[in-house]
Design a protein around this ligand. Structure first.
Ligand code: URA
Length: 205
C-alpha cells in the first residue's frame, strides 16, 4: 500500500487500491463535494449506482430527498460539504465491510480535519456508528448531538436517518426534516424556505 500522501491531493483521493473488491466494483473514486471550508459536513455510507456513474455523492434518489429537505430547511446544497465513509461503490450496493471502512478512514479523517466543520451529520446507521465508534439506533437517536474525537480535535455529531429510510417508512421524512432543521439551527443557518430572510441566511452560511 502506498503512503496516504501519495494518493490524496487536498481533499481528493486520486488513486487507491486498498480494497480489492471495491476496485473491481467501482467505475471511479467518488470524492466529497462542496466548499473546502464548510460549517456542515454530511457523511453518507458509500456511493450507489448513480454516484458511481456521476462521480458525486448523493445524486440519485436519496440525493433528491436530501436536496429537497435541505432546501426546506433553508440550506443550500452548494454551501454544505457532502462526503461518504467509503469512496468506492460496493458490489450490489452491499454495506461496506469493517475492513473497507477502516481502509478509507484516513481519507475521511483528513477531509474532516481540513474542512473543520462546526457540525458533522452522519446520514444513517453506518456513518453514525463509524464516527461515534459505538452501535447507534438511528431512528430513536435522530436529532441527538454527541461529541467525537477525530485527530486532535473534538467535533459535534448530529445523529440523522439516511434519506433512503423515507422510501420504506414515510414517517421518517418528518424525522429527517426535524433533524436537518436542528442542523441548520446549530450552525446558525436556520430560517426555512422562501422569503428574503431564508435566502440571506443561506448567503451568510
Ligand atoms: N447513499 C449514501 O450513503 N451515499 C451516497 O453517496 C448515496 C447514497
Amino acid at each position: 500500500m502506498s503512503e496516504e500522501s501519495d494518493e490524496m491531493d487536498g481533499l481528493e483521493v486520486l488513486a487507491c487500491e486498498r480494497c480489492p473488491a471495491l476496485c473491481e466494483s467501482r467505475s471511479r473514486i467518488v470524492n466529497g463535494v462542496g466548499p473546502a471550508a464548510a460549517d456542515l459536513l454530511f457523511v453518507g455510507e458509500a456511493p450507489g449506482e448513480s454516484e458511481d456513474r456521476q462521480g458525486e455523492p448523493f445524486v440519485g434518489r436519496s440525493g433528491d430527498v436530501l436536496d429537497s429537505i435541505l432546501e426546506e430547511c433553508g440550506l443550500d446544497r452548494t454551501a454544505v460539504r457532502i462526503t461518504n465513509c467509503v469512496r468506492c461503490r460496493p458490489p450490489e450496493n452491499r454495506d461496506p465491510t469493517g475492513e473497507e471502512l477502516g481502509n478509507c478512514r484516513s481519507y475521511l479523517d483528513r477531509e474532516i480535519e481540513r474542512v473543520d466543520p462546526e457540525l458533522l451529520v452522519p446520514l444513517g446507521k453506518v456513518p453514525a456508528e463509524h464516527l461515534l465508534d459505538r452501535s447507534v439506533a438511528v431512528t430513536t437517536e435522530a436529532g441527538a448531538v454527541h461529541d467525537a474525537r477525530i485527530g486532535d480535535a473534538s467535533y459535534r455529531v448530529l445523529v440523522c436517518v439516511h434519506p433512503a429510510a423515507t422510501f420504506y417508512d414515510p414517517s421518517q421524512t418528518d424525522t429527517l426534516e426535524a433533524t436537518l432543521e436542528t442542523a441548520a439551527e446549530l450552525v446558525g443557518a436556520s430560517g426555512g424556505t422562501g422569503g428574503e430572510s431564508g435566502q440571506s441566511r443561506i448567503d451568510g452560511f
